[in-house]
Every structure is written in structure tokens, then in C-alpha cells.
Design a protein. Structure first.
Length: 146
């Protein structure tokens, strides 16, 4: 498995989630291996942080105030921002997954699987591949994506 340190450069992240305690937990989980360059508590702040800080990956919650994560990802895609998008969300509904993929998501991680799936998703995204929490395939029969 490739890690973010494989080539001597740590992956730079912006974390966007409206739950401050969860942002702190994510920061603790990722800081040893990744460079977290910014955090945002709403979608508008996430767009601004990505524009200013130029991360490699933006980790987005879907349900955020002002702009939801899908809207943020669509705006980033429209502006040709090179940052990859990985969603970290409670939503296991295949409609949310389809919407995320439609706006160019490289990853989709269910929060209940964060401890096991998040670093895999970030590493896959950094290598130009995609990752979807395996629990979605198990509970939704490949999430209806066939």
C-alpha cells in the first residue's frame, strides 16, 4: 500500500465539517501522516480555504451550512481546482454517493468507517484512484452503481 510519505512529500489537506469536535478528531487521526493546512466549518469557508491554501485534497462533509459538500465540490470542479475531493459523511444512501461521484469525488467514506477507511481513501485519491467505503457495497449491492 502506498502511503502519503512514499515520495517524501506529505499530502496537504483541508478539512471541512460543521462539527468542530469531529474536525478535531479527524485532525488527531490524520496529523501524524498528513499535513492539515486548514479547516472550515461551512461550505463557503471551505471554498475560500481551498482557494487560498491550495491543498492536494479537500475532505468534505456533505451536510454543512451555507453550501453543502456537493455544492462545494461542484464549485471546485467548475473552477478547475486541482485539489481532489474526498467526502467523509454519515450518508449511506446511494443517491448521495451518485451525487458525489457526479461532481468528481475521488473518495466517499462513511463516518462510521472513518478509522479503517479514511487513510486508504486519501492515499488512493492522491494516487489518482478512487475509493468508496466497502460498507456501501455491502449494504447497497454496489450502491446501485451498476
Amino acid at each position: 500500500m502506498t502511503t502519503s510519505k512514499s515520495f517524501g512529500k506529505r499530502i496537504r489537506l483541508v478539512i471541512a465539517d460543521d462539527n468542530a469536535q469531529l474536525r478535531d478528531k479527524i485532525l488527531q487521526l490524520l496529523t501524524p501522516e498528513y499535513e492539515v493546512v486548514g479547516a472550515a466549518g461551512d461550505g463557503k469557508a471551505a471554498v475560500e480555504a481551498v482557494s487560498l491554501l491550495k491543498p492536494d485534497i479537500v475532505l468534505l462533509d456533505i451536510s454543512m451550512p451555507i453550501m453543502n459538500g456537493i455544492e462545494v465540490a461542484a464549485e471546485l470542479k467548475d473552477s478547475a481546482t486541482p485539489a481532489k475531493v474526498v467526502f467523509l459523511t454519515v450518508h449511506e444512501d446511494p443517491d448521495f454517493l451518485r451525487a458525489a461521484l457526479k461532481v468528481g469525488a475521488s473518495g466517499y467514506v462513511v463516518k462510521s468507517q472513518m478509522a479503517t477507511d479514511l487513510t486508504d481513501a486519501l492515499n488512493e485519491a492522491s494516487e489518482g484512484r478512487s475509493f468508496i467505503s466497502p460498507v456501501l457495497a455491502l449494504t447497497n449491492g454496489r450502491a446501485g452503481l451498476d
